[in-house]
Design a binder for this molecule. Structure first.
Ligand code: ADP
Ligand code: MG
Length: 603
């Protein structure tokens, strides 16, 4: 049975039993559905994207207040009364809420997402509180008393007022959201989103605009919360600021964390656990302690500590492991769908053209001069090695010529264009790709997915296409390209393994495959042979020679002198940030300054 069949069975069971469930259970399930909608946005934002928000309840409030105000305001009734039937207003409340949420989330996201580390969550607390007080202090929104008599949703003469009728709508919206998000994560944009957590530098080098992806994810999570608020307002038929307070925002985060921060269904599980638990505790604790009070909050906090200690990934992975015996593995279940579209290919510059050039590049870290007026270039169809003792400034120089970091002074030109001040993704756009000395892979994703991220820029389909599964032809082409590069690099047998499970030497080769998936004109490799065994090094040398003959320009930093001297056309030697020699391998090997640097004057 596939995971999908299992899901469909669970949904069918719920649908069939729905008419016979007690009223109480129906209401509870409706709340779980509404909370899940918010929590699943948080799973995307926090669990997948690495951005913690305590403020989601405020976005629920925006959705709820927008529709409540629209459908109860006398001013609206007076102004639009002649134009629109009153029964339409609750429906128009949804786009109004979404529009408002979009605008507010864009504004808040633009400001807060720039904050790094703990300042981002603190920022979300700040605006979460402000929005709550705005709701409470606006006269038009009924102040802290709120807005009463919110009408129910109706379709013609049919009313969706009763929880038993509205429930299927809530769950249909939730399932639709889960489906769309699942599709999104299983796409090129999804791979980019997964890289936002802890791998942004790498993602930028693969051509991903990470700032844009972050704000889109933030807005998406806010919109999901807003939809939840719209449904809530028409279920509760009454809106006041209390459920949009910051401590409810914290509860939403609990739900996402308890269920499983990185798993969409974990949101539903977390919402169910927290909702049921809260209710039980509110029931039991006062009886146990003999006085009333919000004791459940204290018990909650303690339970949260236990969960975080014992199940850092939340509870969903446990459940998934438990159901694994009835499920087929996801990779095998993936259909070999849709004919592949052709990916665009780049025309490589003519052999011998200077493609990348550094002129007097200097980099200072405080008082330390890591690169001192370095001049360097590489031509199409050439391997140019950069060598030097540890700490000579080779990796720093790689960062200067790939846009990862900016030179203090000097100029970098790529394909004839001046690149100073450009982000790494602009280098990627012009055909430069690179690997990192300290591998930067998504360890918990397959080798195939990691390599496909390298081809990010060769495809176009965006978030909406991915959610609606309109990107399949392109996706098939991307995965086929990734597989081709993996096989070319000799890792075919490991394509479906998690990248983090490979030996470090192999992980470096995965980085090379990822760089090749972008079909680069310029390839920068930082210590590609480190950790490889003799035969693997030979295979790598053969591959690089092959790429050179195809017309690529290759810059390689490497410590293995045999590897470098056999492969390189030119060698540049760096010591203490300064170029001390440049020439053919034979010239460099005979240079007394180089011998001096390497052998400490023994020559
Ligand atoms: P290599 O790759 O040749 O071993 P690096 O480029 O990594 O050398 O480092 C060159 C020098 O710059 C070292 O002294 C290192 O400590 C320093 N350095 C590198 N990155 C930074 C940084 N971000 N901040 C401060 N110093 C740095
Ligand atoms: Mg280095």
């Amino acid at each position: 049975m596939s995971a999908r069949t299992l899901t469909l069975l669970a949904v069918a069971a719920l649908a069939v039993s729905w008419p016979w469930l007690p009223d109480f259970t129906v209401t509870e399930l409706n709340y779980i559905g509404l909370y899940s909608l918010v929590a699943v946005g948080l799973v995307m934002l926090t669990g997948v994207g690495g951005m913690t928000s305590f403020g989601q309840a405020a976005f629920v409030g925006l959705g709820a207040y927008a529709t409540a105000w629209l459908s109860t305001s006398p001013w609206v009734a007076q102004t639009l009364g002649g134009v629109l039937p009153a029964a339409w207003l609750p429906w128009i409340g949804l786009p109004l809420g979404l529009l408002l949420t979009y605008a507010v989330a864009w504004l808040l996201g633009t400001v807060t997402l720039r904050l790094s580390g703990h300042y981002l969550p603190l920022g979300t607390i700040a605006w979460g509180l402000s929005l709550y007080y705005i709701f409470g202090n606006l006269e038009a929104l009924g102040g802290f008393t709120g807005l009463a008599n919110v009408p129910a949703l109706t379709v013609g003469d049919f009313s969706l007022a009763s929880p038993r009728v509205l429930g299927p709508v809530i769950w249909a919206v939730l399932l639709l959201a889960l489906w769309g998000l699942h599709n999104l994560l299983d796409s090129r944009e999804g791979r980019a989103i997964r890289a936002l957590k802890g791998a942004r530098v790498m993602a930028e080098s693969m051509g991903v605009d990470t700032a844009r992806q972050r704000i889109k994810l933030f807005i998406l999570a806010a919109l999901l919360a807003s939809v939840s608020g719209w449904l809530y307002a028409h279920m509760q038929r009454f809106v006041n600021p209390t459920p949009f307070n910051i401590h409810i925002g914290i509860e939403y985060l609990f739900m996402a964390v308890v269920g499983g921060v990185g798993h969409l269904w974990g949101a539903v599980l977390g919402a169910a656990i927290i909702t049921l638990l809260k209710e039980q505790l509110q029931d039991i604790l006062p009886r146990l302690l003999g006085s009333s009070g919000n004791f459940e909050i204290i018990v909650f906090g303690l339970l949260m500590l236990v969960v975080l200690q014992r199940f850092a990934d939340g509870l969903w992975p446990r459940i998934a492991a438990w159901t694994a015996r009835w499920r087929r593995a996801d990779a095998a279940a993936r259909p070999a769908a849709a004919a592949a579209a052709a990916l665009p290919t780049r025309e490589l510059p003519a052999r011998g053209t200077v493609v990348l050039q550094a002129a007097d590049v200097t980099k200072r870290f405080g008082g330390l001069v890591a690169n001192n007026a370095v001049n360097f270039d590489v031509k199409a169809g050439e391997v140019h090695a950069l060598i030097g003792p540890n700490g000579a400034g080779k990796s720093t120089f790689f960062n200067m010529i790939s846009g990862v970091d900016a030179p203090t002074s000097g100029e970098v030109r790529l394909m004839g264009e001046r690149m100073n001040g450009q982000p790494a993704r602009a280098y990627a756009a012009l055909g430069l790709s690179r690997t990192f000395q300290h591998v930067r892979l998504l360890g918990a994703r397959s080798v195939l997915e990691n390599v496909a991220l390298g081809a990010h820029r060769r495809a176009r389909r965006g978030w909406v296409a991915a959610m609606l599964r309109l990107d399949r032809a392109e996706e098939t082409a991307l995965l086929a390209e990734a597989r081709r590069q993996i096989e070319r690099c000799g890792l075919g047998a490991h394509a479906l393994q998690n990248a983090g499970s490979l030996a470090l030497g192999q992980q470096r080769v995965v980085e090379i495959a990822r760089a090749l998936a972008s079909q680069p004109a310029v390839l920068l490799l930082d210590e590609p042979a480190a950790g490889l065994r003799h035969l693997e090094k030979q295979a790598l040398a053969t591959l690089l020679a092959q790429l050179r003959s195809e017309g690529l320009a290759i810059v390689v930093v490497e410590h293995d002198m045999e590897f470098v001297m056999n492969l390189a056309d030119r060698v540049t030697v760096l010591e203490f940030g300064t170029v001390i020699a440049e020439g053919t391998p034979a010239q460099v090997q005979a240079d007394p300054r180089v011998l001096d640097a390497y052998l400490g004057g023994a020559a």
